[in-house]
Design a protein around this ligand. Structure first.
Ligand code: ZN
Length: 280
């Protein structure tokens, strides 16, 4: 498999030949940065962990350039820091028992450029071999521009290939999806193996030791969602992530992506309006 950047990294934790390793994929996550996968798609990782009939593959589109650095990483060059982040992502793939971990090495500006075909072409190649049943992407209301660029390129690739997944989820990183109407929320149970969930975010030491406690915040968000999801009854799950259903956008390429997400916001607005109006 040949990718556009010679720095692209293809890691198979159990050492299987890369094409065969990717072909066994059932759950695929495509993220912008190192550590996004472990924050947004733990549901998929947990579904596949230790199984021989389900396999999780992670794809990181960017190269980790421009990361903040402090402490033991304080005097690292940007190139050295990119290497640290690449290794951290490999560590997560090993801990999480992934089928494979692909890091494509694009710059953020390449990903955000709608006329740059290379990102879509690399993703098409991966999807064509992986033929995933479940796909985890960034959600369309995320506030990080590179996340939006990544989900748009991923939708373009999914629309272009013949294989269609059963379900495509838009997941939480730089914005929660608590605001989605309950009937629209895709509930991603994330309670299984809290030790593995914690380790997966914890291995990204260069990010966490920089002062951002992504490890605690990720677990905290999942606990908050599990607790506040329903006001009645006891919690079935102690950790939940929410996702936006992006399956219709892949199934029907004629749908406008921006209208699709704005429709969800309109329904949220109508819900607030109805409740406030009812008790005035
Ligand atoms: Zn990110």
């Amino acid at each position: 498999m040949k990718f556009h950047h010679s720095t692209a990294d293809f890691f198979v934790p159990d050492g299987l030949e890369p094409q065969a390793a990717l072909a066994r994929t059932t759950h695929l996550c495509i993220s912008a940065h190192q550590d996004d996968i472990e924050i947004m798609a733990y549901h998929g990782i947990a579904e596949c962990f230790g199984r021989k009939d389900r396999w999780f593959t992670g794809v990181v589109v960017t190269n980790g350039a421009g990361s903040p650095r402090s402490g033991i990483y304080g005097d690292y060059t940007d190139e050295e820091m990119q290497k640290v982040r690449l290794i951290e992502q490999r560590k997560a793939a090993y801990v999480g028992d992934y089928a494979c971990q692909i890091q494509l090495g694009f710059t953020s500006s390449e990903v955000k450029n709608a006329r740059e075909r290379a990102v879509v072409e690399d993703l098409e190649q991966i999807i064509a071999v992986a033929q995933p049943e479940y796909v985890y992407l960034h959600n369309l209301a995320d506030k990080h521009d590179t996340h939006i660029g990544t989900v748009l390129r991923a939708i373009a690739a999914l629309r272009a290939v013949e294989h269609k997944p059963k379900k495509v989820y838009g997941c939480e990183v730089w914005r929660d999806l608590d605001w989605l109407s309950d009937s629209e929320k895709q509930v991603l149970a994330s309670s299984a193996r809290p030790n593995i969930a914690a380790a997966l975010v914890g291995v990204f030491d260069s990010q966490v030791s920089g002062g951002k406690r992504y490890d605690l915040a990720t677990a905290g968000r999942r606990l908050a969602h599990a607790t506040y999801f329903a006001s009645h009854g006891t919690d079935q799950e102690s950790a939940i992530n929410f996702a936006m259903d992006l399956t219709p956008l892949v199934a029907d390429p004629s749908l406008s992506i921006s209208e699709y997400v704005l429709g969800a916001i309109d329904r949220f607005r109508a819900d607030v309006q109805k409740r406030v109006g009812a008790f005035q």
